[in-house]
Design a protein around this ligand. Structure first.
Ligand SMILES: NC(=O)c1ccc[n+]([C@@H]2O[C@H](COP(=O)([O-])OP(=O)(O)OC[C@H]3O[C@@H](n4cnc5c(N)ncnc54)[C@H](O)[C@@H]3O)[C@@H](O)[C@H]2O)c1
Length: 233
């Protein structure tokens, strides 16, 4: 049985992914900072295939202790999805922005990805099989007004993933990124895509699942946009 771990999996894109992987028979481990959301996700998915951990991805000690426990239980994680991200907080012009807001996003979006990847990649390398999917954003590709700090963090994820893919391809570890556009359940901004609607969490989960699967066995170091042909950045 394949084992997958997703960060920020208690809601949104992460929860849709967790549901999808459980449905496909993966041992699925959700890591999230929000204990209440996590227990709601647990009841919703209601499967023996699911395991959960409360953890702040920006705290290296917490991440290392979760990963130590996970590796003790499951030996290796076959699929890592670094999805936890902060993007709704503190939007506004950069010239009015402040250090604390940048730091929060950098710590979660960049360090969270580095910590989990570093903690779980060596068993993948040893196993000569691994798939890492990191959540970037259209903000990384184009830059989004009033989200300069967030755009910075997702740009870092794109370049980190491309570089890492080149290091670990020789061990059959594939690293790709997914860049969502406007994804939300209430279809509040249909004008942002050429399909005249917002994307759904499931539509992102489908792409992530494909990249993790053997169907994508010759794909690494790439970024895939899921944005309905985004019209307005
Ligand atoms: N939804 C979109 O339109 C969109 C667009 C582009 C990129 N993305 C990216 O996709 C990813 C998921 O987006 P979403 O819309 O599902 O987000 P969301 O805000 O709905 O969910 C994020 C989850 O991450 C968890 N989380 C936040 N900080 C954490 C931390 N420090 N440690 C552990 N867990 C933490 C939250 O509790 C939550 O469950 C993010 O990386 C986001 O930047 C989303």
């Amino acid at each position: 049985m394949k084992r997958m771990l997703i960060t920020g999996g208690a809601k949104g894109i992460g929860l849709a992914c967790a549901k999808k992987f459980v449905k496909q028979g993966y041992k699925t481990i959700i890591v999230d900072i929000d204990e209440k959301l996590l227990s709601e996700a647990k009841s919703l998915i209601n499967s023996d295939l699911l395991d959960t951990y409360v953890c702040d991805v920006s705290n290296m000690d917490q991440v290392n202790s979760v990963c130590e426990d996970v590796l003790k239980k499951y030996e290796v994680i076959d699929v890592l999805v670094n999805n936890a991200g902060i993007f709704r907080d503190n939007r506004g012009p950069f010239n009015e922005s402040e250090y604390e807001a940048w730091k929060k996003k950098i710590d979660c979006n960049i360090y969270g990805t580095l910590f989990f990847t570093r903690a779980l990649i060596n068993p993948m390398i040893k196993n000569k099989d691994g798939r890492i999917i990191n959540l970037a954003s259209v903000a990384a590709k184009y830059g989004i007004k009033n989200m300069a700090d967030y755009s910075l963090t997702k740009g870092a994820i794109l370049s980190f993933s491309k570089a890492l893919a080149k290091e670990v391809g020789q061990y059959n570890v594939r690293v790709n990124t997914v860049s969502p556009g406007n994804i939300e359940p209430d279809n509040r901004y249909p004008e942002m895509s050429y399909l005249d609607r917002s994307g759904t969490y499931d539509e992102c989960a489908n792409l992530i699942y494909f990249l993790a699967s053997d169907e994508a066995s010759f794909i690494t170091g790439e970024d895939y946009v899921v944005d309905g042909g985004r019209r307005k950045i």
